[in-house]
Design a protein around this ligand. Structure first.
Ligand SMILES: [Zn+2]
Length: 165
């Protein structure tokens, strides 16, 4: 899966800007266990630099997660702020250090940038550290226990038991 953008003109014109707005279906391989349930939509600005381009903007998508508290699956939307530098290969030292803020990507064939890896990393760093389906999740149990101990509710549950019998 490649999302290639032709930046040949940008490389020739310092300071020139292009906008890219598209969406595509991206699938993580099994190892990472990230299940995207919506296409990745991105809205980016690409600016020509000296021997490179700077990509800034946003990508949004939705991911299915397991709630750490109740175990249910739920959908979380992700908004990824992007700021990535792409340079001609001879200027790039490393390009695959995840979580390395200074990651610089390579421009391919002196004219294409491939957004796939940048988006992939952006999604991974934006996943919540603790996935919880809602702010209230986990609290409900406590409220439930309080209800049981509350005399008004025990009367109610007595009644309920009688009716059920
Ligand atoms: Zn939950």
């Amino acid at each position: 899966m490649f999302v290639k953008v032709d930046v040949a003109q940008l490389l020739k014109n310092l300071g020139r800007e292009d906008k890219v707005e598209e969406s595509y279906n991206y699938k993580f391989d099994g190892e990472e266990n990230v299940n995207l349930v919506s296409p990745v939509k991105y809205n980016l600005k690409i600016v020509g630099l000296n021997e490179g381009v700077l990509v800034t903007g946003k990508a949004i998508t939705e991911v299915e997660l397991n709630c750490a508290r109740c175990g249910k699956k739920y959908i979380q939307s992700l908004e990824i702020e992007m700021e990535e530098e792409y340079k001609l290969p001879h200027l790039v030292v490393s390009k695959k250090d995840l979580f390395d803020e200074d990651t610089v990507f390579e421009i391919e064939d002196e004219k294409y940038i491939d957004l796939t890896e940048a988006v992939r990393q952006g999604i991974l760093v934006n996943l919540p550290l603790q996935s919880v389906c809602s702010k209230e999740c986990g609290l409900c149990k406590k409220i439930g226990e309080n209800k049981k101990n509350d005399p008004r509710f025990s009367k109610l549950s007595e009644l309920k038991n009688k009716i059920e019998k």
